[in-house]
Design a protein around this ligand. Sequence first.
Ligand SMILES: C[S@@+](CC[C@H](N)C(=O)[O-])C[C@H]1O[C@@H](n2cnc3c(N)ncnc32)[C@H](O)[C@@H]1O
Length: 310
Amino acid sequence: MSPHQRLGPREFEVAVGLPTGSLDERTKALLEKTPLLYSPLDEAAQTDARIKVAEDIDRGFTVVGEHRESIWRDAWQDHLDDFIRSGHALEALNPRFVGGTALLRWQGAYVEGVTERFELAFLEIFRDWLFRTYLADAAHLYEFGSGSAFNVAAYAKLYPRTSITALDWAPAAVKIADLLGEQHAMKIAGQRFDFFVPDSSFEFAPKSVVLTMCALEQVGDRFRPFVDFILAKRPQRVVHVEPMLELYDPELPHDALAIRYHRQRKYLSGLLPHLHSLEKAGSIRLLTVQRLKFGSRFHECFSVVAWEPV
Ligand SMILES: C[S@@+](CC[C@H](N)C(=O)[O-])C[C@H]1O[C@@H](n2cnc3c(N)ncnc32)[C@H](O)[C@@H]1O
């Protein structure tokens, strides 16, 4: 096994597409406080990892869609129960599916995370940077598919005066968001929302910013109702942090596996080409398309796509 390496400021800059030496002091301090340590894998271990990942994919995963509503309902009910039992501890909101595996994808290869729950530790630092970069000027933040509400809780800590609405189709997710308002005095409220059937009577507050994080992935190729809804309702900006099928390179074995996994689960596909065509038609302005080349063993959930209606 090779010695440990560290995902430090320079590596973070590469991942999020910043020029060398331009990372802000706060992110540098966060990377110092929680060192992100990993072990690179040699060629033999890369091959071994690819074989194991391929075997897991071949064994199959559940596919996204309406039939998974009850799965999410139960998953967030468990988190809601834990949250209440813990006396509303924010740590109880960390989803179990984030950071569970040590094998990670990093800059086109597999690495072994050394820092405990590496993916979660990375996510917390990345999310802090993302919020300050894209969501700082929101008068009202809406996270669609908010799940355990740990993202909006992190946002509320950073921007306690900004109103926040956390939307999800799972009732327990809505309840957790409401409890954050009631128990932590955060300006957060929950609301039911279904990506497949957006509420046509919904209105955004002025200067709204929309966030989706690993949530629109769940709609597969049925993103149109949500995008049409956004175009009709016109928030100021939209920021997706989602696995983006079109950003993988099918020629690379490492990426080909992520594509196979993504397709097997029927995750989000076609959104990016659709946004490009909307930009061509003059309906939106694309602000950022950035693949971090970081992910869990199967795929990369944190590609950033930001846009605004014109
Ligand atoms: C992988 S979780 C991500 C949750 C959260 N954004 C996060 O970063 O942990 C996907 C979320 O999308 C929600 N979801 C899936 N399909 C949905 C739909 N059709 N309408 C609304 N929410 C949906 C699920 O309930 C779940 O909360």
